[in-house]
Design a protein around this ligand. Structure first.
Ligand code: ATP
Ligand code: MG
Length: 423
């Protein structure tokens, strides 16, 4: 127990962390190119925020939240997703009073009590983007473009962007009547979850993954066929914006986000390799959310992307992430005097912005070189009594094996010049 991480959690080990740093760096980079600023919110919030912000009828709120009472008796929940906390921060800090739109991105851990499997953990991570302050379909397209450009830069193929419009409260109310009419006669044949959803959230029934339910719903009326003119225009404009940017998409009328405050655009980016956990990125427009959490009536649109699922997709596509570079220089030593000189010199090198290392295990010279290899050192020097006496060392390029004689007292400048040349 003591030495086993809780079920559904995973360590990111030093040998793997370069992948995380790479995708995080790339995500930041892409978001910043689009003019988005990073926001960081706490790891936990009042439980009520997620109940209202994610929705009482969702899987997240009904069965997946890590909730507890803190020692002060407050109902607290570990962040299961990123949108509700960002909306809370947007309202609390009055970001709506700034020039709009507010364009934000985040990188965050998330916690959900789920059955762990490939691409599904209890502690996982998300990239996300949210834009507040305009319902212009150009920002729906921009948000999608961020995700697609990010995937593109990672050279992931076999991804499909699926878009849909799930209407607005007006056309959804009319559609829900129609849908319920259709579903009523089939209710006995649907699963328990679907039956529960019939009154509270009928549109979610279309999303059911149970085979027998899917069979019942083959000719179910779809929201997209019943959206109002305004929603239709919004959807057409979204498609036009995507076309202008050369982003291919597929209209998929079965994508649903069954919550009241979700409006118009809903989208998913699906990878064909991971099997059932194939949605790498999901998002949409949530024009009613800010208001329903106590803020002004401000529209919003965004997405969430699972980082573990992204890394799995990269693996399945055999895409290698560039390894982090090794240490610039390794200082091998022979004798006590040399060890002292190495300590002094190492600190100077590091102060000068050069990554440098030495042995800490009293290794033999041969073993020190092996260790330097393991650290993937670009250069090595050996300091012994001779080198100290003559102020001369042999600087060895570990890749080419080329050696050059340099003054020990001048090693920082010499090395810096060589490293610069290699860049
Ligand atoms: P799914 O249908 O796979 O359960 P979801 O609808 O619950 O996904 P969202 O709430 O939209 O997912 O979260 C956005 C993204 O976060 C997902 O597309 C996925 O990449 C990732 N994600 C969701 N749940 C998990 C989890 N338990 N473990 C790892 N990644 C997850
Ligand atoms: Mg889920």
């Amino acid at each position: 127990m003591l030495t086993q991480a809780p079920r559904g959690t995973k360590d990111i080990l030093p040998s793997d962390v370069y992948k995380w740093q790479y995708v995080e760096g790339l995500f930041r980079d892409v978001c910043e190119k689009f003019g988005y600023k990073e926001i960081r919110t706490p790891g936990f919030e009042h439980t009520e925020l997620f109940k209202r912000g994610v929705g009482e009828t969702t899987d997240i709120v009904q069965k997946e939240m890590y909730s507890f009472k803190d020692n002060g008796g407050r109902e607290i929940t570990l962040k299961p997703e990123g949108t509700a906390p960002v909306v809370r921060a947007f309202i609390e800090n009055k970001l709506y009073a700034d020039t709009q739109p507010t364009k934000l991105f985040y990188i965050t851990p998330c916690f959900r009590y789920e059955r762990p499997q490939a691409g599904r953990l209890r502690a996982f991570h998300q990239f996300g983007v949210e834009v507040f302050g305009t319902d212009n379909p150009s920002v729906d397209a921009e948000v999608i473009a961020i995700a697609m450009m990010f995937f593109n830069k990672l050279q992931i193929q076999n991804l499909e962007l699926r878009i849909n419009s799930i209407g607005c409260p007006d056309c959804r109310a009319r559609y829900n009547d129609l849908l319920k009419e259709y579903l009523r006669s089939k209710l006995d044949h649907l699963c328990k979850t679907c039956q529960d959803r019939f009154d509270r959230n009928p549109m979610r029934i279309i999303d059911c993954k149970v085979e027998s339910c899917k069979e019942q719903l083959q000719d179910v009326p779809l929201m997209l066929d019943h959206i109002c003119d305004e929603c239709q225009q919004h959807f057409e404009s979204l498609k036009e914006n995507l076309q202008l940017m050369g982003i291919p998409y597929k209209v998929d009328p079965t994508i649903v986000r069954g919550l009241d405050y979700y409006r118009k655009t809903a989208f998913e980016i699906v990878s064909h390799e991971i099997g059932s956990q194939s949605t790498v990125c999901g998002g949409g427009r949530y024009d009613g959310l800010v208001e329903s959490l106590g803020g002004p009536s401000v529209p919003g649109v965004g997405f969430g992307m699972g980082i573990e699922r992204l890394l799995l997709t990269l693996e399945n596509n055999h895409i290698e992430i560039p390894q982090a570079p090794g240490v610039d220089i390794f200082i091998a030593t022979l004798g006590d005097k040399a060890v002292k000189e190495a300590t002094r010199l190492l600190h100077q090198l590091r102060m000068a912005g050069i990554s440098a290392d030495k042995d800490h295990m009293n290794r033999s010279l041969k073993a020190q070189f092996k260790y330097a290899d393991k650290l993937n050192a670009s250069y090595t020097i050996v300091i012994g009594d001779n080198e100290l006496e003559n102020d001369a060392v042999s600087l060895k390029n570990m890749k080419t094996s080329a050696q050059s004689e340099v003054k020990l007292s001048n090693i920082i400048d010499e090395l810096r010049a060589k490293l610069l040349k290699e860049e």
